[in-house]
Design a protein around this ligand. Structure first.
Ligand SMILES: *Cc1c(COP(=O)(O)O)cnc(C)c1O
Length: 236
């Protein structure tokens, strides 16, 4: 495929997803401008990220440190916010802090402390979300996330950690479960947290299969990969 064809393919994907976000927002009586499209570029080349930027995308997400750090290095100077949305291994947290602007997936105080230490070391401030596990199966299957009854405590830890700004919450819908119900629950957890942390307005929810549900439930950030970029060569 020529670069021009790829650009057109991505432009069509973006138009479609943006249109669906607008529709879902208007159905929910929300301003579509409240919803940020974060494009998940895992497994896709850095050249696709350049095309996304040309097409107006400013928020790029990766889910694995080695791939993320390589692309961030290749694209130094590009005007994007880098989001890290994968599980954070605590021994990698310090290195993730070197390039990530937003980490969606903090789920333990150990990870939070190491992200903060890395941010301070690199003289940066990172927006940190707490990933909430919305079903027991997700926790035990290692998909990450903190149990709902621990989220408020973890939010306190993030808010008190130098180098980090507590941004809000993130979740992945339970496999085979009711995504809308899960997203509404996440929105309630977020609303509760805002009593203590009024600036923590981010709700990161929704992927290619369920981002419209997430928007209707109040998501401020949707993380969409394949619906914009096409099928990934290999599942991770
Ligand atoms: C891959 C990934 C996404 C995007 O998935 P798609 O189904 O391709 O939209 C969103 N969130 C996380 C955490 C991911 O790892």
């Amino acid at each position: 495929m020529t670069p021009l064809m790829r650009r057109e393919e991505i432009a069509v994907g973006l138009r479609t997803v943006r249109g669906q976000i607008e529709l879902a927002a208007s159905h929910a009586g929300r301003d579509p401008a409240e919803v940020t499209l974060v494009v998940v570029t895992k497994t896709f080349p850095a050249s696709d990220i350049r095309l996304l930027v040309e097409l107006g995308v400013r928020d790029i997400a990766e889910n694995r440190h080695p791939e993320a750090v390589a692309k961030a290095a290749e694209l130094t100077g590009l005007d994007v916010s880098w989001h890290f949305v994968g599980q954070v291994q605590s021994n990698k947290a310090g290195r993730i802090a070197a390039y990530a602007d937003v980490v969606h997936s903090a789920d333990s105080s150990r990870v939070v402390h190491r992200l903060g230490a890395g941010a301070v070391q690199h003289d940066r401030t990172i927006t940190c979300l707490v990933q909430v596990s919305l079903d027991l199966a997700a926790e035990t299957m290692g998909r990450g996330g903190a149990a709902p009854d621990t989220v408020s405590g973890l939010a306190q830890v993030v808010a008190a950690t130098e180098g980090l700004r507590f941004g809000g919450v993130m979740a992945v819908a339970p496999r085979g479960g009711d995504a809308s119900r899960a997203f509404r629950r996440l929105a309630r957890i977020a609303a509760d947290l805002r009593h203590e942390h009024p600036a923590a307005t981010m709700i990161s929810a929704g992927m290619s299969g369920d981002f419209a549900d997430a928007v209707r439930a109040g998501a401020t950030h949707v993380r969409v990969g394949s619906a914009v970029l096409g099928r990934r060569a290999a599942l991770r």
